[in-house]
Design a protein around this ligand. Structure first.
Ligand code: MG
Length: 203
């Protein structure tokens, strides 16, 4: 399986990163070794001193598809979850400055924690989902799918022009404003539509 991540999909986050709101979806990838299942501890990596959380709605692909038309995209997923796109912000800044790929800042082991729970789409309204990220008991990010610049269907149509989507692939759909650093000892929790999705600590 592969993990596809969308960058700058919320205008308020693009603003806080001092970057433009994109006209087309921006995507990058993480390998399967980036996954960290809920309940497992995250160990702070030794190659960064500025690790940021980015809490994101995650869509699981259910069916193989290529060149998927936007109107048919809903046939390719039936559930969503919640995860984190961990980013070594210091390394990312170096990559950006030099015009290099982002993998060392974004695709490292356990950079993609994911809930073990999935919420079925037919039980919710995908354009009316809210999620929350809590660091040490304090809410630091709040997101709402209505604020996405590119909808899940648009993302699927766009990405599948370039690469075949396969069953089990995960799409991290971008983070809202409020990103910030994590440190050893932090307790991190995520809620999707008020349901607790993950809880783990940074060691
Ligand atoms: Mg992200």
């Amino acid at each position: 399986m592969k993990i596809i991540c969308i960058g700058r999909n919320y205008a308020d986050h693009a603003k806080e990163m001092k970057t433009e709101v994109p006209k087309e979806p921006v995507f990058f990838m993480k390998p399967d070794t980036a996954l960290l299942k809920d309940g497992q501890d995250f160990y702070f990596p030794d190659f960064t001193s500025d690790l940021h959380y980015e809490c994101e709605l995650v869509v699981r692909i259910e069916k193989v598809g290529k060149n998927i038309a936007e109107k048919f995209a809903p046939k390719y997923y039936s559930s969503v979850s919640l995860g984190i796109d961990f980013t070594a912000r210091d390394l990312q800044a170096i990559c950006k400055e030099k015009g290099l790929p982002w993998e060392m800042a974004k695709a490292f082991d356990h950079s993609a924690p994911i809930s073990n729970k999935y919420i079925l789409i037919d039980q919710v309204n995908l354009s009316d989902l809210h999620f929350e990220f809590i660091q040490n008991g304090k809410t630091v990010q709040k997101g709402h799918t209505a604020d996405m610049i590119f909808s899940v269907d648009k993302i699927i149509a766009y990405v599948s022009r370039y690469m075949t989507l396969k069953t089990g692939d995960l799409i991290y759909t971008g983070t809202p404003a409020g990103v910030g650093p994590v440190k050893v000892g932090d307790q991190l929790e995520g809620y999707l539509n008020s349901e607790k999705m993950f809880s783990f600590s940074v060691k």
